[in-house]
Design a protein around this ligand. Sequence first.
Ligand code: PBG
Length: 334
Amino acid sequence: MIITGKYPALRLRRTRKYEWSRRLVRENNLSTNDLILPIFIVEGKNKKIPIASMPDIYRYSIDRVDKIISKAVNLKIPLVALFPYINQKLKNYNGSEALNKNNLICKTTSYIKKKYGNKIGVMCDVALDPYTSHGHDGIMKNGEILNDETIDILIKQSLAQANAGCDIIAPSDMMDGRIKLIRNALDKNNFKNVQLLSYAVKFASSFYGPFRDAVGSKNLLVGDKKTYQMDYSNNDEALREVALDIKEGADMVMVKPGLPYLDVIKSVKENFKIPVIAYQVSGEYSLITNSIKKGLVDEKIIFESLMSFKRAGSNAIITYFAEKIAKKLQKNSF
Ligand code: PBG
């Protein structure tokens, strides 16, 4: 190849020169289709309760959820994820409120589905931690979290949620083998089209702290979750978890937390051609929000952090910034 003209012939800055040309060569884009909005639900009427460790995030009573959903539908957010704050009186050792067909999550799900139909999807978490008096995701016996006994309960929890109209069942408990058994139970009970999003790669992380405050399990938790959630030093094991869950029937897989695990998202996406959902968790949210509020960084870092998930290969992101960012995207103001 003959290069004419002056050195250097190639100037990568050329395509960066104008805003239009930067847009033209952009490799990844973020749209409201990529955003999943988590909502915390609380019993009662006309409630909007602040959460100490999550600035600007609230727990809402069901009657207040309507407004959020209608906004989400208008913003074209495809999916909301519901999490309950369960009254302390309803918590017990085995988390039996999780099986109540009329519990907070089931009531909220059927309310949303009746009113909004298929204009928006509803995803429900399957795990016992909001319902147990010890804050663990499963059944505990002599200090151990029992795998198979827990799955029996999670199946019933999943069926209750599917019965309420839940579109996506998302087991976040990390018990071995639960995807297959939940899939079988859904199919047998005429819920063939209910989707399964497996929290396949969920690390035992300190980034979940504010969430545990939000669902009221923070002060209850006995010990830690390291015997079922993954060791954050591991990547090969993450791929094994994903391989198993795909074989067991997962429609989508999740990697969680988000930002410190972009490498894992990338390797999951490279190894498996399956939708990968990233969860930008509560601790990430609070760190970013507090830094913005203190004036340490500009709020544009939110957009930058979300784009990094796209670059790493996520199809969508569960983020507490979903509504704020969707509004900015609609106005094109980032
Ligand atoms: C429950 C669950 C947790 C999160 C989502 N589902 C907490 C945990 O496993 O302790 C964390 C979400 C967040 O931090 O935003 N199993």
